[in-house]
Design a protein. Structure first.
Length: 283
C-alpha cells in the first residue's frame, strides 16, 4: 500500500483538484483507492460525491485512532456508480470498483495547530493501520504546515506538491521542499518527495512559460509530467460531483488522459508497474 500526501503551502493552487484527478485515474485503472480528506473544508468529500450514512468522519477517527475501525467508517465515492456499463473499464473487470473516502469535516481543525507532539503526529498512521485492502491512499492535506499536514507526512511514503507556475507558488514550493527534508530528518525517515505537479498551466502565457522553465531549473526531475492545463469547466465537473473520466466532451477526455499518465508516472517512479488496465490504454 502506497500512502501519498497531496500538499501545498499556498491555497488556491488546485491541490484538491489534483487529488480528485488522481483518484479518478485510479478508479479508471481499477486500483483500489482510499482518499483521506484531511482538509477541514472537506472539499474532496464533496467533489467525490460522498453521501455519509452515519460513519465517523476522519476527525473523529483521529480522536481515538486505535478504535477507529477505518474499514467500517469509510464511505464509497458516488463516482463508482457513474462508470458506464459495457465500456471494458478495468474498474469493473471483476464486477466491482473500489474508491472509498475517509470523510472530511471541520472537526479535524482541532489538530491543525503547530504544537503537536510526536504522539499526536502518529494518529493518522494508527488509523491507516486498518487500510490494508487498498493499493493506494491519497491524503488531501490543508494548505499549511500545521499539525494536519505533518500528521499526513508522518503516515505517508511520499509527498506530491502542487504548484501553479507563478512567483509566489514557486517560492512556496521551494519552502515546502525544505520543510519536507527537515521533517524527514526529525520524524519520518521513510518519507520522500514524489514530485511537483504544475497545475492550471496556461499555454499562451509567457509568465507561465518562464516560471515552468524556472521550476525545471530549480527542481529537475522532481517536476512531474505531464503538466495540468487550466480547464474552464473544472469547477462545473467538481460541482456536479463527477469524475473527470466520466464527464462528456473532448476537453475533459484530454484532461483525463493527462491524469492517467501522471498517475502512471507517479507509480512507476516508485517502482510500481502499471496495472493491466493502464497497459491496455497505452496500446
Amino acid at each position: 500500500m502506497q500512502v501519498v500526501s497531496i500538499s501545498s503551502l499556498k491555497g488556491g493552487v488546485g491541490k484538491t483538484s489534483v487529488t480528485t484527478g488522481l483518484a479518478s485515474a485510479a478508479l479508471a485503472a481499477g486500483i483500489p483507492t482510499l482518499v483521506v480528506d484531511l482538509d477541514p473544508h472537506a472539499d474532496a468529500t464533496t467533489a467525490l460525491g460522498v453521501q455519509p450514512a452515519g460513519q465517523l468522519d476522519i476527525g473523529r477517527m483521529l480522536k481515538n485512532p486505535r478504535k477507529a475501525r477505518l474499514n467500517e467508517n469509510v464511505a464509497a465515492s458516488g463516482w463508482v456508480g457513474q462508470i458506464p456499463a459495457g465500456t471494458g473499464s478495468p474498474a469493473l473487470a471483476n464486477g466491482h470498483a473500489v474508491l472509498d473516502v475517509a470523510v472530511g469535516s471541520a472537526y479535524t481543525g482541532i489538530y491543525d495547530r503547530p504544537d503537536l507532539g510526536r504522539r499526536d503526529l502518529r494518529r493518522l498512521s494508527a488509523v491507516l493501520a486498518g487500510a490494508g485492502s487498498y493499493q493506494l491512499v491519497l491524503v488531501d492535506c490543508p494548505p499549511s504546515l500545521n499539525g494536519l499536514t505533518r500528521m499526513a507526512w508522518n503516515a505517508s511514503n511520499r509527498v506530491v506538491l502542487v504548484a501553479e507556475p507563478g512567483l509566489f507558488s514557486v517560492a512556496g514550493t521551494e519552502r515546502t521542499m525544505r520543510a519536507i527534508q527537515l521533517f524527514r530528518q526529525e520524524f519520518a525517515p521513510q518519507l520522500s518527495p514524489a514530485g511537483i505537479v504544475a497545475n492550471r498551466v496556461r499555454s499562451g502565457s509567457s509568465e507561465h512559460g518562464f516560471r515552468l522553465a524556472e521550476m525545471e531549473s530549480m527542481f529537475g526531475e522532481l517536476l512531474l509530467t505531464p503538466h495540468i492545463p487550466e480547464q474552464a469547466n473544472w469547477q462545473q465537473i467538481q460541482g456536479a460531483a463527477h469524475a473527470v473520466h466520466h464527464w462528456p466532451g473532448d476537453s475533459a477526455k484530454g484532461t483525463a488522459k493527462l491524469f492517467d499518465t501522471l498517475l502512471e508516472n507517479l507509480l512507476a517512479s516508485n517502482g510500481h508497474a502499471p496495472s493491466n488496465g493502464q497497459r491496455e490504454r497505452r496500446r
